[in-house]
Design a protein around this ligand. Sequence first.
Ligand code: SF4
Length: 181
Amino acid sequence: MMGLNFRELPDLVRKLQKMKVDGIYFQPIEPIYNSRQTFPELKKSALWIPPKDKNEALRIVNELIALKQAGAPIINEKSNLEDLKDYFELRSEDKRIHPKKCEIDLSNLFLVPDGSISFCGTYPAIGNIKKDRIYAALSSPFATFLRKRIRNCGMIKTCMSTCKINKSLFQQARMFLMLNK
Ligand code: SF4
């Protein structure tokens, strides 16, 4: 989701529903991974939702929530869609509850097209499946070092990757059932 495409999302959901797609997971635009782009720089770019479009974007997010509540195949939890309003600063009061520490390394593992294995795209890879066994990469001294850095990551307040948001056991179970029906 970003400034250039947010208007198309409800129609996209309706189209996917007609196609009987299992689900769609919305991911808000973030600073480019493994780059020097900062969050303030992203907010100045054309990819961010500009102030003149905030009311429209708020209406669109509410429409997505209504679609989800009506049974559309949106995987994001309602609370996650609500968080989008604060992430894009669509309402005056920020209602997000920020986790104090990131625990991405306990719940996610990314395998990217070049074979890299990583906990989070913001940090270096812990190995590569072309040459490393995943268990060895996960338990290496470098992985232990990164886990400590992740636990104290300074981006915790702005990080909004939907794949990285802490999910309750209930949310994880729902997602599992939805993707395996
Ligand atoms: S808060 Fe966690 S998921 Fe977000 S950038 Fe930091 S380590 Fe990665």
